[in-house]
Design a protein around this ligand. Sequence first.
Ligand code: ZN
Length: 485
Amino acid sequence: MKNTKKTKLVLNRLLIGSFCVLMLVLTFFFINYIGKLSNTRKYANAGSFDTALQAWQEAGVTDIPNVTGGPNVPSKAPDKVPTSVPAVKAEFSKEYTHLGEAEEVLAYESGIAYGLRYPVYEDAACADAVKAAAYELLSAQMKKFSGFADDECKLVIDYEDGSAGELVSVLFRIERETGGVTESEKQQWIFNKKKGRTVDAETLFTDRAYAAAAEAAEETELSGERETFSSYLLTADGAKFYYEADGSEKSVTLPYAEIHTYMAVTVNGNVVADRIRELDPEKPMIALTFDDGPHYINTPRLLEVLEKNGARSTFFVLGDRSYFTESNKETVKMIWNSGNEIASHTYSHKDLATLSLEDMIAEITKADDNIFALTGEYPTFVRPPYGSSSADVRKYANAPLITWNLDSEDWKSRDRDTIVEHVLAEAGDGKIVLMHDIHACTIDAAEILIPQLIAKGYQIVTLRELFYYKGVELENGKVYHSSYN
Ligand code: ZN
């Protein structure tokens, strides 16, 4: 009895003890949480220039302007005491789309009330880079007020952001107010998380992307010039292009599947040029292309032959076949990961010209989707089955259509030596050769053919490489039989 009582007492004490410890731990976490909350929302009250200055220095901005026009003071706060009562106050009035957390500073210095808001990202390199970009933008904008120091000035830098694959897109929205006049401006910023560096936003899209945006916009009179579009934002749904119409800001969003061939960087963040090897533009090039695959035995065999000879090719895979089995899926990934190129031979090898519009579009988009799911990139080219296309096919392919001008006739002869002889006899610089990696005899032929072509001075290239080195600017919906057509 006594023992039980003692045990109960000890248990009670233990319980109370644990409860106290628990409360302590909870209090600690609560304080920590509050601390974090106030950290993410840095708010410098009007007049506290030091806080802002510290943030500038943390962001690595060395070129901090002295807004009254004196020499820059990068290492310490200006001597002059900030005006205690601001005449104007900056605030973030508009709500733009923010993907996640934001950090903001509202401050007042020498007649300028300013606010800066920028995104906070989990990716540390991206977070640091966007912070530095935001403060550099602030620094540059503050300089624009020199000469207006006695007026009431206001500067608000807010942002919108979006992301697509490895790319993070931030559009800074700048508003400057001096003497009651407001000016606004936008500045875009793109970061590649995979590469850990910024991307040149000015050259991300070629001129054709802007032409496509103008065509897709509601306003029919819109010109397809780059200058028509003030800026863009990369969203999950596509590239959103901004333009002015009827005195207000409008936008049009184009899905990546439609414009990926007009982008210098594809949506998963691979720079297109990354998959283009350094080759000798003076030496002849030939593109061996392989249709109707993947084949889980023959294709990997062919990849080995290519690898052994330092050659690369383009594989026009079928969307359904790519997904038939796990080993077919793996084969598609193998092609892509080995540096070879994946292109679309449509979903199920139907003659596109004979299909209804709806079925024809489905044949293209279903293949696009399967390839994207396996490689993370939309196929750059489409080869219509039997080389058969129509005006509608060209319109909806959303890619250049690639046929051939040298048919290996492997499907006809099914004979190794005949294939080798025929291709060697017809080979020429800039030619596109039609072959099929589903036939074992084609791989047997490739084993002999590839070293022989190389011995003749040819570089065996992907289509991407061929068009790049031959200076062909590809257009969606146009048919190409070779690099010289
Ligand atoms: Zn075919």
